[in-house]
Write a protein that binds this ligand. Sequence first.
Ligand code: MF3
Ligand code: CO
Length: 249
Amino acid sequence: MIIVKSQAEIIKIEAACRIVAEILEDLKTLIKPGITTFEIESYVESRIKQKKAIAAFKGYRGYPASVCVSINEQVVHGIPSRKVRIKDGDIVSIDLGAIVDGFYGDAAVTVPAGEVNAGILKLLKVTEEALYIGIDKAVVGNRVSDISAAIQKHVESNGFSVVRAFVGHGIGRSLHEDPQIPNYGKPGEGPRLKSGMTLAIEPMVNAGVPDVDILGDGWTAVTNDRRPSAHFEHTIAVMNSGPRILTKI
Ligand code: MF3
Ligand code: CO
């Protein structure tokens, strides 16, 4: 069941989303070769606390941290660690969720650390473009899979692949609500989009094969061929005036 939100509810989701967006923006400058992924976790914890928000992922299905930090071939759900240090040439996906007044916001970015090779920078660019191309399809009257198909087309026409194992989602009083939003599929399928729907759209794009494995920690998803992967996510509201990106400052 898809929960349509009132204007007042969207304003609350936006409050959570703004905090996520601000922290992600500041992380873009903090992430440099030499820092550990646990330093990212500590920074996020302190900023979330300062904003009087709650870290949405911590404890979610037993996830042990406040932020997901996924490096290079790690697709999503990398767990911050004192032992993992970011190196020159790495790409770092940061996925963050916050709760404010009972409502969730969720977003992700992938940032380059130091000098990253051109092919990998293209992976980041195409993934972020795919996110915005998907968001452009989040208009009243379209169907969910119009978003999916547009993302898939952009990714595959650039020679990359979309991950099937994880999908975007509705969001509101829960982190994951209906509908599921795959990053692949034929257009014109699935539920019709209505004003007041709030969606987290999140393409995960691999340089090589779309398949993923889960590491022994039970969380970290890596590409099956161990080639790099990128992830960008926004929480948006479908409005009569068009899609409104809530996780943007
Ligand atoms: N953005 C991801 C999602 O929407 C983050 C979930 S991580 C988890 O599924 F740890 F909370 F599961
Ligand atoms: Co999400």
